[in-house]
Design a protein around this ligand. Structure first.
Ligand code: NAD
Length: 251
């Protein structure tokens, strides 16, 4: 314990899945954690965090949130949505929604929190860290029926590298995490939905697991362990990376 002692962290979409696991891991390592989600109720049983409703699609809400919190060390951008289908299934509205939630939200939070992160990095002499949730389905790999999703998550990697290179001498690092399939409430919903067309949830589960070379899906806590490393000063020499954590999916 204590790997994030004295650090102040902001985690979006902390209500469930990967975001929740990251918030819990950061708290356990001594950080002060500001946990937000679009749905405030999902945060109710998250212990020892500062909870808030935050819609990362609202620039004004993000700016107000950043003003209220002030200077921070760690920003984790988790909010994202999986649109299903090919280019032929993607309306302009679908495209705009996915890019707004999966990519522009990160622009909003980084633009709002970075000035304070630069101040903290300058004052404390340690590195501030921005962590963006991308995916194996991105520039790393084309996944079937993940057209818009893959495009957004590739954009996240580009955004990550740009921020990393622009602030590399100012104590702010920026990295992307690229998970394979990870058990989460929204993944379980995707399995059930697929189950309806392939003859049952068990069959759908088998299909998801069979595309994982390791023969299992990941756990949110495993992604949180990587986020914890990237958030801490243990990773002080790491910036601009897009790290796969996927049971060999992109292998
Ligand atoms: P999830 O999809 O189960 O939960 C998403 C959370 O985001 C919910 O709590 C929801 O309320 C919140 N949210 C939705 N819209 C929001 C908004 N406008 N503002 C703030 N919060 C909002 O979580 P997950 O499956 O753990 O995925 C988390 C991130 O990891 C996403 O960016 C996802 O693309 C990425 N990812 C997940 C997997 C996976 O298999 N689960 C794989 C690769 C990448």
């Amino acid at each position: 314990a204590g790997r994030l002692k004295g650090k102040i962290a902001v985690v979006t979409a902390a209500g469930q899945g990967i975001g929740r696991a990251i918030a819990e891991a950061f708290v356990a390592e001594g950080a002060t954690v500001y946990a937000s989600d679009l749905t405030r109720d999902k945060l109710d049983d998250l212990r020892r965090v500062k909870r808030a409703k935050l819609d990362v699609r609202s620039t004004r809400a993000v700016e107000k949130y950043a003003e209220k919190i002030g200077d921070i060390d760690i920003l984790v951008n988790v909010a994202g949505f999986v649109h299903h289908g090919t280019v032929l299934d993607c309306s302009e509205k679908d495209w705009d929604f996915s890019f707004d939630l999966n990519v522009k939200s990160m622009h909003r939070t980084i633009a709002a929190f970075l000035p304070g992160m630069l101040r903290r990095a300058g004052n404390s002499g340690t590195s501030a860290s921005i962590i963006n949730l991308s995916s194996g389905a991105s520039s790393l790999k084309g996944a079937p029926n993940r057209y818009t999703y893959g495009a957004t998550k590739a954009a996240v990697i580009g955004l990550t590298k740009s921020v990393a290179v622009d602030f590399i001498r100012q104590g702010v690092r920026c990295n992307a995490i690229c998970p394979g399939t990870v058990r989460s409430p929204s993944w379980e919903a995707r399995v059930e939905e697929l189950g309806q067309s392939v003859g049952g949830t068990d069959k759908a589960m088998e299909m998801f697991v069979s595309r994982q070379p390791m023969g299992r899906v990941g756990e949110a806590s495993e992604i949180a362990a990587l986020a914890l490393y990237l958030a801490s000063d243990e990773s002080a020499f790491t910036t601009g990376t897009a790290i796969p954590i996927d049971g060999g999916w992109t292998l």
